[in-house]
Design a protein around this ligand. Structure first.
Ligand code: MG
Length: 288
């Protein structure tokens, strides 16, 4: 299969999309941003043996995950994902069937969320890596950020945590796009949980120059240990703060209050009054 064949087939599969004046096939894509919106841009890299293993993950799941991670970041901003650019470095073993299934997984998820693939690049390599750029939009001034939490805000998480760590993720995560958009004008700050609650909450607090007190363990996914719920990454649930009263569920998805934002040491996170180290580093060091 030549690069030209792959790209031509991809252009046919990717098709057009909303706001796409010109997609794959030109020197640049031409995209039309809706009036009154600003652009959200996110880039992500997925590398074989770092982010996935081809022995344990199907090509379709890897393709879907490549896009799902970026969609989760757009969800975290309360945005609408619209377009994606994908650059792939492909080893010999991945040409043909793997690549087709990879694109199938990625494009199916894109279609589900109205995201059009509008460009990218292809190169040979000895290890598979995927570099994806996601472009989304949000109404001007309304995107959710990490640096806007205030003392007194309640801290909430969606769903149950620790699932990915407990199951070594078999399927791509479900990006919480509807919840993210609903939180616009309701949440004071928001981010997605990509690396684990302890480190991600630390990051949110650092950006907002506040500290956080968790007054309960986070809700746990089936079979997840308390440690996996606190420190396991790749759950892609939303972590947000708000002064408003939240429902117990949003469209069937659990919403749980886990603590309160406080003034004080920038980035400090406590659980039931005890310091919670980001990433559970201290704990794992002790365990070893
Ligand atoms: Mg994120």
């Amino acid at each position: 299969v030549s690069e030209i064949d792959i790209l031509r087939r991809l252009a046919t599969l990717a098709g057009g999309g909303k706001g796409v004046v010109r997609g794959i096939g030109d020197d640049c894509a031409i995209l039309r941003i809706p009036q009154g919106a600003e652009l959200l841009i996110h880039t992500d890299m997925l590398i074989e043996d770092v982010h996935f293993r081809r022995r344990t993950h199907s090509a379709k799941a890897i393709g879907a995950k490549t896009l799902a991670r970026g969609l989760s970041d757009v969800a975290a901003m309360g945005g609408t994902p619209r377009w994606a650019l994908l650059s792939l470095a492909v080893p010999g073993w991945a040409e043909g069937r793997f690549l087709k299934a990879f694109y199938d997984g990625l494009l199916a998820l894109g279609k589900q969320h109205g995201v059009a693939l509008v460009g990218g690049d292809l190169a040979k390599s000895d290890r598979l890596s995927a570099d994806i750029v996601i472009l989304g939009t949000a109404p001007i001034g309304q995107a959710l950020r990490r640096d806007t939490a205030k003392p007194g805000d309640g801290i909430y998480v969606s769903g149950a945590l620790g699932h990915a760590a407990a199951s070594r993720w078999r399927e791509a995560p479900e990006p919480r796009l509807a919840l993210g958009r609903w939180l616009r004008g309701r949440a004071t700050a928001c981010m997605d949980l990509s690396d684990g609650l302890s480190i991600d909450l630390h990051r949110l607090c650092w950006e907002s120059k506040v500290s956080a007190g968790l007054d309960r363990e986070p809700p746990r996914a089936l079979q997840a240990t308390p440690d996996q719920a606190l420190h396991g990454g790749e759950d892609y649930e939303l972590l947000f703060t708000t002064t408003k009263k939240m429902p117990k569920r949003y469209r069937g998805l659990a919403i749980t209050r886990v603590g309160t934002i406080m003034a004080g040491s920038r980035g400090r996170v406590t659980l039931l009054g005890k310091e919670l180290k980001a990433g559970g580093w201290d704990h794992f060091r002790k365990a070893r």
